[in-house]
Design a protein around this ligand. Structure first.
Ligand code: BV8
Ligand code: ZN
Length: 249
């Protein structure tokens, strides 16, 4: 599909600063369900019961079972050509970063650099009370072993950002600084529905960056994009890389 129009192709030089802003869609081709697609997590579960502090406090075992299921799922898959392409892009365009809503760690596993995890990481376990990181087994059985507790007495919880929780302040601030400075931002596999992360493609646009959206569906950002490529990221990103590699050769 690619074939970037000339006026966009000309914007790319080895010095071009690029941000890859990603959501659950970039991991879909690895076999990880998204949240809002027809067979996504939120079609089966209530987000407020599974991805909020209130939901966790009401039923910590239910929430842990969901996150342990997701940990096992993620551990059984690998990054897809979309993640792998970003590693190749970052060699061609060294001044680039990844800003992700995803908690699955697949960007790091694929060798991507300068990654900002806005919503935390599913493989980190923290204390609900003092928020210290806890060194506990990645997989355990809450029914048989109970839920680990911190030295301060607090319950262990997944190290992700839930609804109603603020994003990690330094990570968000550093990511926003990048967004002010980039020449190009790709928004990939995000429904652009969850704030404050969803603000990022709009901010990039307002700062004069070229913004290209890669998503099979429309999103609230689509009409603001310089270019919308309605196709899977695992197909588009490898083609886009080849095209830019040839143009810069
Ligand atoms: C905050 C946990 C305030 C980690 C997630 C009422 C109550 C409470 C809060 C709110 C409220 N109303 C509004 C809010 C704010 C809320 C919000 O924005 N809600 C939305 C739904 C309206 N935001 C928050 O609560 C945030 N915190 O505001 O705090 C505050 C401020 C200061 C001090 C204290 C508090 C926290 C938001 C983070 C929530 N955490 N999950 C986890 O378990 O994963 S949300 C969940 O959705 C994910 O984390 C994910 O990051 C996020 C966004 O989803 P996407 O990544 O975009 O995925 P989605 O399924 O939606 O879309 C996939 C896309 O991919 C689709 O477009 C699809 O077409 C596309 N696709 C599919 N296949 C492919 C593809 N694209 C490319 N290739 C393919 N092959
Ligand atoms: Zn604690």
């Amino acid at each position: 599909m690619p074939n970037l129009p000339d006026h966009l192709l000309r914007r790319f030089t080895p010095e071009t600063r690029i941000a890859f802003f990603t959501g659950a869609g970039i991991s879909a081709e690895s076999g990880i369900p998204t949240f809002r697609d027809k067979d996504g997590y939120w079609s089966k579960y209530d987000p407020m019961r599974l991805a909020s502090v209130q939901g966790f406090e009401a039923d910590p075992e239910l929430v842990w079972n969901w996150y342990l299921y997701r940990r096992e799922k993620i551990m059984s898959v690998k990054p897809n050509p979309g993640h792998a392409s970003i590693t190749k892009f970052q060699k061609l365009f060294p001044d680039s970063c990844v800003i992700t809503q995803n908690v699955d760690g697949l960007h790091k596993q694929a060798g991507n650099q300068n990654i900002y995890e806005l919503h935390g990481n599913i493989f980190i376990t923290r204390c609900l009370e003092c928020r210290q990181e806890m060194d506990v087994p990645m997989i355990f059985d809450p029914a048989k072993e109970g839920i680990p507790r911190c030295d301060c007495g607090g319950l262990a919880r997944p190290g992700v950002v839930w609804f109603g929780e603020s994003l990690p302040v330094q990570t968000l601030s550093d990511a926003m600084t990048q967004v002010q400075q980039v020449d190009v931002l790709f928004t990939i596999g995000s429904s652009t529905a969850v704030y404050p992360a969803a603000q990022i493609p709009f901010d990039a646009r307002n700062n004069g960056a070229v913004v290209i959206e890669i998503n099979p569906d429309q999103t609230p950002f689509t009409s603001h994009a310089d270019l919308a490529m309605h196709a899977p990221s695992g197909v588009v990103l490898p083609q886009l890389f080849e095209e830019l590699y040839a143009a810069l050769a």
